[in-house]
Design a binder for this molecule. Structure first.
Ligand code: B12
Length: 211
């Protein structure tokens, strides 16, 4: 385990933020830092699952991660400056799920790449996805979720988009922890991933202008 994930997994905020700052100052790739911090959060999640940590501690870990993200994302954005607008992506965490750290990272990465991002927030009902697709006309819809119970909810959301006659107009990408590892056909999505970079690469591929 790296220094960063070790500090987060024991909820040592001071040390964690110090390591983040030092690594950024030494020119470390901000995306690597995010992935390392994510490992730390995963460890916290495992301890929570085993009953060794309370929900309060899970929340504290999330808060520490958020603080680090406010230091890291401007560095990611610096890299992406000057890009032309590439297209529009609508993104949200599905109904019943409030996990949003990963979604925030994907949204920042997409903005860095020059996409316009419409972030619908968390716990987003199916009908809001449908309404907002009509309103914003995105090329890509991203759904995030970390709970196992979010898998069928995502399936229902895709179905609602299809029932509204909009499925042919958008590519659908799904991500977030174990949810991002399921087969896309189970959800009716075009792609699933638990890696923000891989997701952004796929969205780039879909929206690349031809000719
Ligand atoms: C932090 C956290 C919380 C925080 C969330 C704070 C917030 N603002 O997001 C709080 C404390 C609120 C929370 C609450 C709960 N949590 Co929680 N939580 C976590 C934890 C520790 C980390 C998740 C995280 O943010 N990781 C860091 C981010 C960066 O990673 P990520 O989300 O995977 O995102 C990356 C990729 O997946 C990808 N990605 C994400 N979304 C998308 C979308 C697209 C389109 C793309 C392309 C890519 C992409 O990009 C990111 C960067 O690479 C996980 C443990 C784990 N193993 O994940 C548990 C975990 C997800 N939680 C869990 C549970 C059970 C809960 C609660 C039910 C607990 C409770 N008893 O109340 C509640 C549920 C609340 C709800 N209704 O949603 C379980 C889920 C079990 C399951 N399989 O269903 C986990 C796995 C913990 C565990 N092992 O038990 N949680």
């Amino acid at each position: 385990m790296g220094k960063l994930s070790a500090a987060l997994s024991v909820l040592d905020k001071k040390n964690f933020l110090q390591v983040v700052k030092a690594e950024l100052d030494s020119g470390r790739n901000p995306l690597d830092l995010i992935e390392e911090a994510r490992e730390g959060l995963q460890k916290v999640g495992e301890e929570f699952e085993k009953g060794n940590l309370f929900l309060m501690e899970l929340m504290r870990a999330a808060q520490i991660f958020k603080e680090a993200a406010t230091l890291i994302t401007p560095k990611i954005k610096e890299k992406g400056q000057g890009e032309e607008a590439k297209g529009k992506v609508l993104i949200g965490t599905v109904s019943g799920d409030v996990h949003d750290l990963g979604k925030g990272i994907v949204a920042s990465l997409l903005e860095c790449e020059g996409f316009e991002v419409v972030d619908l927030g968390v716990d987003v009902p199916e009908k809001i996805f449908v309404e907002k697709i009509k309103e914003h006309n995105p090329q890509v819809v991203g759904m995030s979720g970390l709970l196992t119970t979010s898998i069928p909810v995502m399936g229902k959301t895709v179905q609602a988009i299809a029932d509204a006659g909009l499925r042919g107009d958008v590519k659908i990408i799904v991500g977030g922890g174990v949810v991002g590892e399921v087969d896309p056909s189970r959800i009716g999505a075009d792609f699933t991933t638990s890696n923000a970079n891989e997701g952004v690469r796929m969205i780039n591929k879909w929206t690349r202008k031809r000719g």
